[in-house]
Design a protein. Structure first.
Length: 253
């Protein structure tokens, strides 16, 4: 049996990147999977490839963030597992971030997970059933580079929210954990490097050469770990925000 056999799982932000990797692994491990994304053509292709169910949603709208859970419950009768993987990484420093950019980061990176969790925990608690949630964070939660000021603030908030919610609902047997991922090789990161940093076709190789493990974070490896955290095999762990990267936070040379 797979690690998530018989589970109903919603992956918000699941149409590409890390989220899509989680969709694929969760299906492989036996879950019935629903995932959201903004681009219909991308989501429908992944749905066709995996057998998962695609919901088009703009998670910046709290009603749609809650609605993603409500539609999952309406379709399958319950939700057992939630992953919040949607993320906005648009650049902006303390000095040049506009209120609009700040609000966009908070809407996607913090508010959307909050209200999706609110709806998922309400269903789990209402049924008196255990559940698991994993929030995909970033090592920028510890500070981040100057050009990711609003992003870092939002991800720090997500780490705090993860711990707060895990503490609040531990007696409901709802386990909530986070994964602060580092620099990861995704199609979205490729677009970001080209748009904001003038990177060429060899940016991955150049980046890998500067990293201790000789490679960027890999989607399939992250997805395997997220599914493990969602599964019963991760035991009683809750309220953990795990740093998944090649920077040892707090250590210096």
């Amino acid at each position: 049996m797979g690690l998530l056999e018989g589970k109903i799982l919603l992956a918000n932000g699941g149409s590409q990147g890390v989220g899509a990797g989680i969709v694929r692994v969760a299906v492989r491990e036996g879950a019935t999977v629903v995932f959201t994304g903004r681009r219909a053509e991308v989501g429908e292709k992944l749905a066709a490839d995996t057998g998962a169910h695609f919901l088009r949603a703009d998670l910046a709208d709290p009603a749609q963030a809650r609605g993603s859970v409500e539609q999952t419950v309406s379709r399958y009768g319950r939700i057992d597992c939630l992953v919040n993987a949607a993320g906005l990484t648009s650049r902006g420093s303390l000095l040049d971030t506009t209120p609009e950019l700040f609000d966009a980061h908070m809407a996607i990176n913090l508010r959307a997970p909050f209200f999706a969790m609110q709806a998922a925990v309400a269903d789990m608690k209402g049924r008196g059933a255990p559940g698991t949630i994993v929030n995909i964070g970033s090592d920028c939660a510890h500070g981040g580079p100057p050009f990711l000021a609003a992003y870092s603030a939002a991800k720090a908030g997500l780490a705090g929210l993860t711990k707060n919610a895990a503490h609040a609902h531990r007696w409901d047997r709802i386990r909530i954990n986070g994964l602060n991922i580092g620099w990861t090789e995704t199609e979205g990161e490729d677009a970001t490097q080209r748009e904001f940093h003038g990177a060429g076709d060899d940016w991955r190789e150049k980046a890998a050469a500067k990293l201790p493990m000789g490679k960027l974070g890999q989607v399939d490896e992250i997805a395997d770990f997220v599914v493990f955290l969602l599964s019963d095999r991760s035991g009683v762990v809750t309220g953990s925000v795990i740093d998944w990267g090649q920077t040892v936070i707090g250590a210096t040379d």
